[in-house]
Design a protein around this ligand. Structure first.
Ligand SMILES: C=C(OP(=O)(O)O)C(=O)O
Ligand SMILES: [Mg+2]
Length: 545
């Protein structure tokens, strides 16, 4: 046995035989040039249609988040822009169809990667669609998860949502990936299934004769073996039952709400019984647009997302763009250090007109729905910025204004900021990045971006204390909220709502219902005084056992 380490992103221990997900297809060659480029180009659309049909068929057999994931991937496969670009590469540059799809899709994936953060993770989905269409064109089996014959540990470079959407949880003992980080799809999926997972395990795929593995999601370790390893499931968290009302066992309310970015996400959130929306990322409405979308276009797009939540809270986040998530119409130059540059609310200081038009569209979408809409700003650093934003929101006629706490300075001024706004929501993805000076997308720094880092939890505690003092809501809408073991800790730290991908909603709701509030307070104290993330996890497990 040899021991590898990575970042534990879902608790528990399990061991068993290994099933390895095939890597991406090899890069298709640039030659030979097709004899009839028009006929070659005409092969692309039917291949994309066939891929989409299969994904839609799979979507028809499942519900909720899995359905939304498969439908979104299917829609990506038949994206007219992707298909027509690939067709043009065949007719214009005489590339074989598989190569043309490869290049066109890579262009899209690069644009998403440049868009940074959350959108960068979508690049993986485009690659997945690319490989499916290429496999269809080439008549080979698409890469992805092979059929499981028995319960196994799934090993992969990284996992795409469409690979795993309809995975049978009874057959997957644990997930281990060489790439990915605490906010990756693998992490979200494993927590939703209640199975252990370790990501960013460097050297995993280079292990020769990997037959069995022992996975420890708490310690972030994987023992690999060339021999068969018996199936054993120790401390599998399981998902448990949830009645749809977020509360501790003794009835202290902690709202369990969803992160959404599209109408499909909103449908998945409703299907998962989310109590509302804690983060609506509106960037999607602007993506790929050369010009700023008209107010009416925005209003319609927002309405589609907000409307399903009649009588429920929906927090709409204003545009989170900048040099790291560039939008052509903002005309922002290249910055040497974009994560620290003019991004989020900072863009609105230069372009208040863009914010004003967005607020007008949100007011319209709110009027068209029966949801309880609030608005919040990303990337706020000071009390003055928070007050500036709240003034504009109220002047636009919206009843509730909040800000995200994702810059350490804002966490340290939480009480003063909460005084100026109606609520705050902690963005743990960025807060971790800025507290540890560690790019959230850098796999090599995944351990620093672990939300169990005690230094991060101490900052969250400061914000929770401020919320209690001022009796105002404090949410968490970063990926930390989707970890069921961490959920109770966050509640104990004073967090009053947790917002996450729809798939994580039932597991988090069930975890909150397992213990009374006082137990979560004790667990939170134990996590705060732990020296390392793995010791924090162990201490919390002990407190909750
Ligand atoms: C929720 C967050 O915002 P985003 O992931 O969109 O940057 C965060 O930073 O935690
Ligand atoms: Mg953020």
């Amino acid at each position: 046995m040899s021991r590898l380490t990575g970042v534990g992103v879902s608790s528990g221990r399990a061991s068993g035989p290994v099933v390895r997900v095939a890597d991406s297809l090899p890069e298709p060659p640039v030659t030979p040039a097709p004899a009839d480029p028009t006929a070659e180009a005409a092969r692309i659309r039917p291949a994309a249609d066939a891929v989409a049909d299969r994904l839609f068929q799979r979507a028809g057999r499942v519900e909720g988040d899995a359905k939304a994931v498969l439908e979104t991937t299917a829609a990506m496969a038949i994206d007219p822009a992707l298909i027509s670009q690939a067709e043009q590469l065949v007719t214009g540059r005489s590339l074989p169809a598989p190569r043309a799809v490869h290049e066109a899709a890579n262009g899209f994936a690069d644009a998403l990667r440049e868009a940074g953060d959350y959108l960068a993770e979508r690049a993986r989905d485009v690659q997945d669609v690319r490989d499916r269409i290429i496999a269809e064109l080439s008549g080979v089996t698409p890469p992805g998860i092979p059929e499981f014959e028995r319960p196994s540990v799934l090993i992969a470079r990284d996992l795409a949502p469409a690979d795993t959407a309809d995975l049978d949880p009874d057959l997957v003992l644990a997930l281990v990936t060489e790439e990915g980080g605490p906010t990756s799809h693998t992490a979200i999926l494993a927590r939703a299934l209640g199975i252990p997972a370790v990501v960013a395990v460097r050297g995993l795929l280079a292990v020769p004769d990997l037959v069995g593995a022992v996975v420890d999601g708490d310690r972030g370790s994987v023992e690999t073996s060339g021999q068969a390893v018996a199936v054993q499931v120790a401390e599998r968290a399981g998902v448990g039952e949830w009645n749809g009302v977020g509360a501790t066992a003794d009835g202290v309310p902690v709202k369990v709400v969803a992160n959404v970015g599209s109408a499909a996400d909103a449908r998945a959130a409703v299907a998962a019984d989310a109590q509302g929306v804690g983060l609506f990322r509106t960037e999607f409405c602007y993506l790929g647009a050369d010009d700023e979308p008209a107010i009416e276009t925005q209003r319609t797009a927002y309405h589609e997302v907000i409307a399903p939540f009649a009588g429920k809270p929906v927090i709409v986040r204003t545009l989170d763009a900048g040099a790291d998530k560039p939008l052509p119409f903002l005309g922002m130059g290249v910055e040497p250090n974009p994560a620290l540059g003019v991004r989020g609310l900072r863009v609105a200081f230069d372009r208040p007109d863009v914010l004003e038009r967005q607020l007008e569209a949100i007011v319209g979408a709110t009027a068209d729905s029966a949801a309880e809409v609030s608005v919040m700003a990303p990337m706020v650093a000071t009390v003055d910025e928070a007050a500036w934003f709240a003034d504009r929101v109220r002047a636009a006629g919206l009843p509730r204004a909040g800000v995200m706490i994702e810059v350490p300075a804002a966490a340290l001024s939480a009480a003063e900021i909460l005084d100026a706004v109606d609520f705050v929501s902690i963005g743990t993805n960025d807060l971790a990045q800025y507290v540890f000076a560690a790019d959230r997308m850098a796999g090599a720094l995944a351990q620093l971006n672990d939300p169990w880092q005690p230094a991060l939890l101490r900052l969250i505690a400061k914000v929770g204390d401020a919320g209690r003092e001022l009796d105002k809501p404090v949410g968490v809408c970063g990926e930390a909220a989707s970890d069921p073991l961490l959920a109770g800790v966050l509640a104990g730290l004073g967090v009053t709502s947790l917002s996450m991908a729809a798939g994580a909603v039932p597991a988090v709701g069930a975890a909150l219902a397992k213990h009374p509030f006082a137990t979560f307070r004790q667990a939170a104290d134990a996590a705060l005084s732990a020296p390392t993330p793995s010791r924090a996890r162990e201490a919390v497990r002990a407190a909750l056992d």
